[in-house]
Design a protein around this ligand. Structure first.
Ligand code: GTP
Ligand code: MG
Length: 305
């Protein structure tokens, strides 16, 4: 068939799944560069993040969503409403699960939400982390996950090693509706680089800090400026809820804040392809999770807030 006459395809593809299954890792892989913060701890993602992949034949707009969880405060209500509205707005839902583990209560609750939002024929079941299991265990887990979406096609991947990503893209192309180019072809996300930088700094905090502390953190980029030599100078503030937490984030002789800075800088450089100078400050802001003005300041606007 003549390539020229194929209709252009496009659509919004929500990446849904419980916390920590690898949604943001997959988002970055699909785009080929980091724009979404990834960490080993659940609930890293707090806002919807678009990743736009455009070729001559299609435009896929991936929507990385926060993993759903039980709401405790204004912030968690915002996080859940972000995930739910992304589901109903999407053309396709990529339901991501952790293939190294059996489905649990959280997976089935989320599957119910997906069924409420969309017909099953717009769901693709994607089994991630296949690098962590042997074939036999994987096929046993696969059967259990398939029971959540009996009609949905299944793709097995490792977002970490890249295995199965080509197949995933092919099966998405097949199911993508005809549609317009929603975004200019060079645009890869809706977020400004300065906001992505804040997310990458927060993900670095989540990775390096212990226990509950990461959930007390918000990051604001105060300055993001390009120098004439092409380097980027970034000044950002890490907010915590209590003074004792501030001491931990800074660490003895500033060791911890230095490690956070190094990890975040590496990620930001991979994101914007430029040399980065990063200056971090730490401040206490009591009860910021319930302060609507502050939530707006760090970018949590709209429903839920
Ligand atoms: N071994 C392995 N680890 C993976 C894979 N994909 C993701 N991970 C790891 O799983 C952890 C969670 O990844 P994220 O991408 O932050 O997960 P998420 O679903 O976005 O999590 P939330 O934003 O908290 O909902 C990180 O430590 C990743 O490195 C994979 O295919 N294999
Ligand atoms: Mg995430």
């Amino acid at each position: 068939m003549d390539q020229q006459h194929l209709p252009f395809k496009s659509g919004f593809i929500a990446i849904a799944g419980k916390p920590n299954v690898g949604k943001s890792t997959l988002t970055n892989v699909l785009l080929g560069q980091p724009i979404a913060g990834v960490s080993a701890k659940p609930q890293t993602t707090r806002k919807r993040q678009l990743a736009i992949r455009t070729t001559d034949e299609y435009q896929m707009i991936f929507v990385d969503t926060p993993g759903l969880h039980a709401p405790k405060d204004k912030l968690s209500r915002f996080i859940n409403s972000e995930a739910v509205s992304a589901l109903s707005d999407a053309d396709l839902i990529l339901f991501l699960v952790d293939g190294s583990q059996k489905p649990d209560e959280e997976d089935s609750k989320l599957a119910d939400l997906v069924h409420e939002a969309q017909k099953e024929d717009s769901v693709l079941l994607v089994i991630n982390k296949i690098d962590l299991v042997d074939g036999k265990t994987l096929s046993a887990h696969r059967k259990l996950y398939q029971a959540l979406f009996p009609e949905a096609p299944v793709v097995q991947i490792s977002a970490q090693t890249g295995k199965g990503i080509g197949e995933l893209i092919d099966s998405l192309i097949e199911r993508l509706p005809e549609g317009p180019m929603y975004f200019p072809e060079e645009q890869i996300t809706q977020t400004y680089e300065r906001d992505i930088a804040a997310e990458l700094i927060r993900a670095a905090c989540m990775d390096l800090l212990e226990d509950e502390l990461p959930y007390s953190i918000a990051v604001r980029t105060d300055e993001y400026s390009e120098r004439e030599n092409g380097a980027v100078y970034i000044k950002a503030t890490i907010f915590v809820e209590r003074d004792a937490q501030k001491a931990i984030v800074i660490g003895r002789n500033g060791e911890m804040i230095k490690r956070i800075g190094t990890l975040a800088r590496t990620e930001i450089e991979a994101m914007n392809g430029k040399k980065v100078f990063l200056e971090l400050y730490v401040k206490t802001r009591k009860n910021w999770k319930n302060d609507p003005a502050f939530l707006r300041e760090v970018g949590f606007t709209g429903k839920g807030s």
